[in-house]
Design a protein. Structure first.
Length: 495
């Protein structure tokens, strides 16, 4: 399975909905194979099923790929040598190949009405045989059929599947697949509106665009023999195919329904790429996570950046078994990738989350904040709330919360009073200057460090759990820190 020649690989979504994890994973593997081999990654929009088109979907796919860091080398909006890259703009090409298939006896016109086909289907159902076209128009004389077409009779074009023998296709992941030809239907290739169906359009385009590898979902396995038969009928070389495993819902039981997918948002998750940014996920984490949902490098390496993946990706490490979507793992990867960003980069990424939370913060202030939160956040959107105390004039701690378990309000006041004395004398409060002195103070007063810091933490941040105390005081500055301590003292007096 070693690939030495540059691969031309395409991602060929139908613009019928949101770009989701499954599509993004296919695009990622396409991209990795192309980059790894020095080839090209092509985006082709498969929009021949006009009824299913969803406005905005194509733009969402393009934006999603760019956001993920999976840019394409050729595509509808950037062009390329093999364009157009939208199937609706390639009708003439399909018409030409349809003609060739008919001329060579590999396809035929079919005039059966939907009513007739429905009756055939019902009869087959009664006889308990699987539904298929009964071949009525297969037997028509070609010239006669052409005349009917010229006369404007409504028709489709069907593939003339051989009735005997076996078709053998080869999937890089699954090996040889044998199918008895009698089990392959005479599929429609061109619909009555004159547009080709996916099977014809994709097969033609893969050849015309000189694609070398087709990576796609396993839902296309049942029609894989048809694609192989079309390719052979046109006398073309066969490509390398990989049908990827499916994604299962987190429980591992079945595929996720539309409803279940929509419900995920309330728990802060999504399977749609468009939601990831809003939910505070990094594209690096999405990429790392989906890369491992169907591929592995070895049995232990988990952290991968895009350059690592380009370096290490290979088709022979793909796994054909279905993968359950694991959001806990996703959170883990996000946290790891957050920590992997340098301070400036993380500050830059966090800025929009503060803006949308309505918190005015300068880039410099964010640079100060980043070191105290980056080990504590799992998603970027958590940062504004976690650091809200740094942006308020004062905080309003619950007086009871200021008193650690087993201590009295007087003891808590004592800690604050003595600390105030120390802080007032200091020029600058930070971890190095304040921590040892306050620790020592606590000991002298007969308290543990955790009791001492508890009182000060709640006074300064208003929270029992918060980013580190002295670093927070440094960001707040001496004046604001002292005001907060005085206010806490007053509150304790009122208990
Ligand atoms: N248009 C098909 C889809 O949306 C593409 C399948 C393929 O890659 O061949 O799934």
């Amino acid at each position: 399975m070693d690939i030495v020649k540059p691969a031309r690989v395409r991602f060929a979504p139908s613009p019928t909905g949101h770009l989701h994890l499954g599509g993004a994973r296919t695009a990622l593997y396409d991209y990795l194979l192309a980059k790894k081999t020095g080839g090209q990654f092509v985006l082709r929009i498969e929009d021949t099923d006009q009824k299913r088109l969803v406005p905005g979907s194509e733009a969402e796919i393009m934006h999603g790929l760019r956001w993920l860091g999976i840019p394409y080398d050729e595509g509808p909006d950037i062009g390329g040598r093999y364009g157009p890259y939208r199937q609706s703009e390639r009708r003439d090409i399909y018409a030409e190949y349809t003609r060739r298939l008919i001329d060579s006896g590999h396809a035929y016109y079919c005039f059966c009405t939907p009513d007739r086909l429905e009756r055939v289907r019902q009869d087959q159902q009664k006889q308990k045989i699987s539904p298929h076209y009964d071949g009525t128009c297969r037997r028509l004389d070609v010239d006669e059929a052409r005349r009917r077409v010229i006369n404007g009779e409504r028709h489709v074009v069907r593939f003339k599947t051989p009735k005997e023998g076996t078709t053998t296709c080869y999937d890089l992941l699954r090996g040889k697949i044998h199918v008895e030809n009698q089990n392959i239907d005479d599929y429609i290739l061109v619909k009555s509106d004159g547009l080709p169906v996916y099977h014809l359009a994709a097969t033609v385009d893969d050849h015309e665009m000189e694609i070398t590898h087709v990576i796609r979902g396993s839902e296309w396995l049942p029609t894989f023999p048809l694609h192989t038969l079309i390719t052979r009928a046109l006398g073309w070389e066969e490509l390398q195919y990989v049908h990827l495993s499916v994604f299962l819902k987190p429980s591992g039981k079945g595929k996720m329904s539309k409803r279940e997918a929509a419900d995920l948002m309330k728990d802060g998750y999504s399977i749609f790429i468009k939601d990831m940014e809003l939910l505070g996920y990094l594209p690096e984490a999405v990429v790392n996570w989906i890369a491992l949902m169907g591929w592995s490098y070895d049995d232990h390496t988990e952290f991968f950046t895009m350059p690592d993946l380009v370096d290490k990706f290979s088709l022979d490490r793909l796994n054909p078994s279905p993968a359950a979507i694991n959001f806990t793992k996703f959170d883990y990867f996000n946290a790891v990738h957050i920590r992997n960003l340098d301070i400036d980069e993380l500050a830059r990424r966090l800025l929009p989350y503060f803006e949308s939370a309505g918190v005015a913060v300068s880039f410099d202030k964010l640079r100060q904040i980043v070191p105290i939160i980056r080990e504590r956040i799992t998603t970027l959107d958590e940062a504004p709330e976690m650091t809200a105390y740094l942006f308020k004039d004062t905080v309003d701690p619950d007086p009871e919360a200021l008193i650690p378990k087993g201590m009295t309000s007087r003891q808590a006041s004592e800690i604050i009073q003595h600390s105030l004395g120390i802080f007032e004398e200091m020029d600058r409060i930070n971890l190095e200057t304040a921590e040892p002195i306050i620790r020592e103070l606590g000991e002298k007063l007969g308290f543990t460090a955790s009791q001492t810091f508890w009182v000060l933490r709640v006074a300064i941040t208003g929270q029992k759990v918060s980013p580190p105390l002295f670093e927070s005081m440094e960001i707040l500055g001496k004046e604001s820190s002292i005001l907060r301590l005085r206010k806490a003292l007053q509150k304790l007096d009122e208990v």
